[in-house]
Design a binder for this molecule. Sequence first.
Ligand code: ZN
Length: 271
Amino acid sequence: MSSAAIFPPPPEHMARLTTLVDRFAGRLENRLLRASPWQVVQVSTREPIVSFTFDDVPASALDAGATILEADGVRGTFYISGGLAGRVEPGRTMIDLAGCKELAARGHEIGCHSHAHRDLRHVDSETLVEDLARNAGYLDAIDPRSGRRNFAYPYNSGSFGKRAILANAFRTCRAGGEGINRGPTDPTFLRAVEIRQPQQHVLGLVRWIDALIADPGWLIFFTHDIAPRPTPYGCTAPGFRLLVGYALARGCHVLTVDAALDRMGLRERAP
Ligand SMILES: [Zn+2]
């Protein structure tokens, strides 16, 4: 037997292996969730609808992102994690309560992104219910409402065991998946396309808008910060402005998630 077989791998190698296995398991679970919808609604294919959404949310999404949308007379959906409020991270500072109130006052939709921003696969049901109640308290202080909000999964990571809780609590739940919602669609696992770096990738995203014009449905974009030097998960202001302007120039209806659901006749049911 060789000496390599006697000693375990170094801890940093084990940690990396664990992360890789977890990522693979997450991707597999998302694929299985797509293959077995919890609910099915019909997303209209009569006209092209685009929603611009932000996750977490960095303060620059208000300062630059919301301002760009407003300049074109449209609004976005901002999925807020109360637990991230005001946090300073490398390359971005998170929006605080006052910033969220400004978003709501300017007509943007406030959605839920959980409070603690943990991968839901690693949260038990009881903890998730408590977490969602905590975030609902935070969001109600921003924008009180009687109907259900829309939700976006932290890390776009779905979880089989949490679908009943989420379906009951929210009007829709948005994941990733890089696709357009058309026809039969699971509202607890909406597809979305990421706006992220590099800039060449952002410019290439106009192809999604072209695809939507050719074959209408509901295209949801998501991003994070809008900054001159964005994080890998964000975009520059010119890049974001280009996508919003292109969607409008091509005749898309640019709507918040809530407004898109209303327009498609996917009405809120009684909670
Ligand atoms: Zn997030």
